[in-house]
Each structure stands twice: as structure tokens, then as C-alpha cells.
Design a protein around this ligand. Structure first.
Ligand SMILES: Nc1ncnc2c1ncn2[C@@H]1O[C@H](COP(=O)(O)OP(=O)(O)OP(=O)(O)O)[C@@H](O)[C@H]1O
Ligand SMILES: [Mg+2]
Length: 448
């Protein structure tokens, strides 16, 4: 157990250090309060013995600033003649205890032992809580396949640390699901999880969203504005599609990671932040690094822990359980049971799912919404036969969003018309659109 003694009186410092050193603790001393504060927030001290009159600030301010900066070490105040009120005030604000001068050896050691015991309990509770998190997550994240089980196992091991994690995998493989799972299993799980899709926000806006800005920093900045790094303090920030931002902005993000502090655009001073950063990209990363799209320094910083989600076609064992999982969710939403025939299950399991888990879920949802009751059969899913290359009506492998959306629309409309046996009014009802909209769409979306 590492102890830090913060006290300006050299003889008190030395005698306490000697006493506690003999009792088996690793003790360090620091006369200067400001330096002590920076050590207490960057090094790993479990207990701090702190005088009430210090150089630079008093003991109560030290306690407040330590907590404000996220320091969680247990505090014992060292009180002398005339500081008893301050010692009590410190205890009210979260110090564990105080000892009074003249120090009696057994009183000091006893206070430290009790604090140590409490710290041990706190850590146990934290570990228990994150275990509860783990079992909750296992219910939320389907992981039947060995590949997914490995990913979840690694995720649960890294959850309790603050290391950045880089999550990779094709679109729809569950990158955000895993990021949320890490947050839930982490000691930060009672604080916020903030997701930012870096690829979807124009660069300049993204920069001020992330870092914040001061009034007048740029035209239109009419007030001070805290950035997401600041707002996520104590919690987790998920930077999605990280490789989609410019090299300049990547460099700025890297700086925040390295220094754990942010400066608002146009601002003068930096603020210390305590944020766990998780990042994801759907691009083949190594290639993006080679091409210079993903800065290698940021990549190395984020890649400390790498979680790769294989495409669904490489882990078909997950498909039946995913279907069960989604069917249960949909049954709840739709208010009637959703089930699948064995033939349909087999067809779905052999399908190649270019859009991965998201496509699987959408396909099931579509069938469940349009189905006429009873178990869903293979024909209800409008899959191309057998182990197709995964056309689901959509142009194969195409990333053109409009084409994809139109293909899906076309397919859903056809299903609705089949169900209504060509009755357009009924089909429009099924689709939840007006008859006019249906006519319009039928004109715009020729069958092939
Ligand atoms: N293992 C899983 N268990 C349960 N649901 C999952 C799993 N993986 C993915 N999903 C579901 O699939 C959908 C897509 O997942 P997610 O948004 O995490 O993918 P993504 O990799 O972030 O995709 P994109 O790159 O397109 O953003 C979500 O609805 C999610 O709930
Ligand atoms: Mg995503």
C-alpha cells in the first residue's frame, strides 16, 4: 500500500514516514501542496496523510481540489492546535479521519490500518459491481461463437482499466454494442457514455463539439461552450469512425489523450479531464494507416488494446442465438410472439449477411412486421436461395446509401403487396404510409 505524506513541518514528515515505514507501508513525503496535488492525481497513492496548514493552500482546499480532479485516495488529516475545526470540516467533506498532535504512534497506525481496510472493501465492492455488469452484458451481447466469446472476454478484462481501446470490424458487426458493453462493465458505469460519430459531423463543427469553444472564438460563437471531452468527464467517450477525420484533428485528439487535458477553441487555459476513450472504425485499419488516412501516432495510441469483430458470415454459430434475441425483443414491441420455422432458420444461418448483424436484425424485423401470423417461413424473408452472395434486394456490396434504401423499400413494398394480394390501400396501411405515398413510390421504384 502506497502512502503519501503532505506536510510542511519537516520533523512531522520524517517521524511519520519512519513510523509508517516500520509498519510495512511504502511511504513518500511531499512538503509542497501543489506538487503533492499533481503527484496525487498522476501516481497511484491509496492513502494520503495531509496537514491542515500547508505551503500554498490549506488542507481543506487540497482535499477539494484532489476530489475535483478525480483523485480517489483515502485522506487522513493531520491536525494541530487550532485546526480542529478545519479537521472536522475536512471529515464532513469526505476525509476518512483525522489524527491530532501530539501524534501517538498507535493512534496513527490504527487510523491508517482502518483506512486501509476501508479501501480494501471499497475495491471489493467495485469488483463485485463490475461482475454484476459482466453478467448483465452477457445477456445483452450475444456471443455464442468462440470468436465473439474471446472478444467479450477481452472486453471484460480491459473494462476496469482506463486504456484506450480500438474496435474494428465491418459495418453492422456490433462495434458500438461492444463499446457500450465495455462501459457497462467498467467502474465508470454509473457515469455517462457518450458516442460521437466523427464521420457524420462536418470537421469544424466536430472540432468545437469535441473541444468546446469560448465566446467569440469564431463567428457565431456567441457563448462559452463545453466540449464533449469535458462533458464526458468521469465517463466514457466513444469516438466512432475515428479514421474519417482529418489528420490535423486526429493530432489534436491524440494530444488530449496524451495530456488528459483539453483547451476550448479560443480559450487560454487547459482543463484536466478524466475520460475513458474508446474508438472504432469500419475501415481496414492497417491499410488506412499505410495510406496515411489514419495517423500512425494516433493509431498506436489507440491500438493498445484492439478488439476485432469478425463479419457475421465467419461466425454463423451466432445467427440462431441472435435471431432468438431479436425475436424476443420484437415480440415485446409488437405484442405478439415472433418465431421462425426450422427451414427459415437454416436459410438464414447459411446466408452471407454483407450488412452483418444489423442486416440480420432488419431482415427479421421486416418479416415480423409484415408477417401474417404464425412462425415465419423462409419465403417470408425474401432471401435469395441458399448460400447466396448476400443480395438482399440491395446491389451487392454497394455502399451507395440511396440505392440500398431504394432496394430495401422496393422489397418491403413488394412484400406488402403480396400480403395484401395486390390491394394497394391495405398495403399502404401495412406499410404505415398514405396511399398517395405508395403510388408515388411505385412510380419511382420500378420493380427492377
Ligand atoms: N453480439 C450482438 N448481440 C446483440 N446484438 C448485436 C450484436 N452485435 C450487433 N448487434 C446489434 O446489431 C446492430 C448493429 O450493431 P452496431 O451498431 O454496434 O454495429 P457497428 O459495428 O457499430 O456498425 P456501423 O459500423 O455501421 O456503425 C445493433 O442493433 C446492435 O444492437
Ligand atoms: Mg457504429
Amino acid at each position: 500500500m502506497r502512502l503519501l505524506i503532505v506536510e510542511n513541518d519537516a520533523s512531522v514528515r520524517q517521524s511519520l514516514a519512519l513510523l509508517l515505514g516500520e509498519s510495512g507501508y511504502v511511504v513518500e513525503t511531499e512538503p509542497d501542496a501543489t506538487r503533492a496535488l499533481s503527484r496525487a492525481t498522476t501516481e497511484d497513492f491509496e492513502l494520503i496523510l495531509c496537514g491542515l496548514k500547508l505551503q500554498g493552500m490549506d488542507g481543506l482546499s487540497f482535499l477539494r481540489r484532489l476530489r475535483a480532479e478525480g483523485g480517489s485516495a483515502v485522506m487522513i488529516m493531520l491536525s494541530e492546535q487550532g485546526t480542529e475545526d478545519a479537521a472536522l470540516a475536512a471529515v464532513r467533506e469526505g476525509a476518512y479521519d483525522y489524527v491530532q498532535q501530539p501524534f501517538k504512534a498507535d493512534e496513527v497506525v490504527m487510523a491508517v490500518r482502518k483506512a486501509e481496510e476501508r479501501e480494501r472493501l471499497r475495491r471489493e465492492v467495485e469488483a463485485l459491481r463490475s461482475n454484476v455488469g459482466i453478467s448483465a452484458v452477457q445477456e445483452l451481447v450475444v456471443s455464442q461463437s468462440p470468436a465473439m466469446r474471446n472478444v467479450l472476454e477481452l472486453a471484460s478484462r480491459v473494462a476496469r482499466h482506463n486504456t484506450p481501446v480500438l474496435i474494428t470490424g465491418e459495418s453492422g458487426t456490433g462495434k458500438e454494442v461492444i463499446a457500450r458493453a465495455i462501459h457497462r462493465m467498467s467502474p465508470r458505469n454509473e457515469r455517462s457514455f457518450t458516442a460521437v460519430n466523427c464521420g457524420a459531423i462536418p470537421e469544424q463543427l466536430l472540432e468545437s463539439e469535441l473541444f468546446g469553444h469560448t465566446k467569440g472564438a469564431f463567428p457565431g460563437a456567441t457563448t462559452d461552450h463545453a466540449g464533449l471531452f469535458e462533458l464526458a468527464d468521469g465517463g466514457t467517450l466513444f469516438l466512432d469512425e475515428i479514421a474519417d477525420v482529418s489528420s490535423g484533428l486526429q493530432a489534436k485528439i491524440l494530444r488530449v489523450l496524451e495530456e488528459s487535458q483539453v483547451r476550448r477553441l479560443g480559450g487560454r487555459d487547459s482543463r484536466k479531464i478524466d475520460v475513458r476513450v474508446l474508438a472504432a472504425t469500419g475501415r481496414p485499419v492497417e491499410q488506412a494507416v499505410e495510406r496515411g488516412e489514419f495517423r500512425s501516432d494516433l493509431y498506436y495510441r489507440l491500438n493498445v488494446v484492439r478488439l476485432h469483430l469478425p463479419p457475421l458470415r465467419e461466425r454463423p454459430e451466432d445467427i440462431p442465438e441472435l435471431l432468438t434475441h431479436f425475436a424476443r425483443q420484437m415480440a415485446q414491441r409488437l405484442g405478439h410472439p415472433v418465431s421462425i420455422t426450422p427451414a427459415a432458420l437454416s436459410a438464414l444461418t447459411h446466408h452471407s449477411w454483407p450488412g452483418n448483424v444489423r442486416e440480420l436484425r432488419n431482415t427479421l424485423e421486416r418479416a415480423a412486421v409484415l408477417g401474417v401470423g404464425g412462425p415465419l417461413d423462409a419465403k417470408d424473408f425474401a432471401l435469395t436461395n441458399g448460400t447466396g452472395s448476400g443480395q438482399n434486394g440491395a446491389p451487392n456490396g454497394s455502399l451507395d446509401l440511396r440505392a440500398q434504401v431504394e432496394a430495401v423499400e422496393r422489397e418491403v413494398i413488394q412484400r406488402a403487396l403480396q400480403t395484401s394480394k395486390g390491394n394497394r390501400r391495405q398495403a399502404a396501411n401495412l406499410l404505415g404510409i398514405s396511399l398517395r405515398t405508395l403510388f408515388y413510390k411505385l412510380r419511382r421504384l420500378p420493380a427492377h
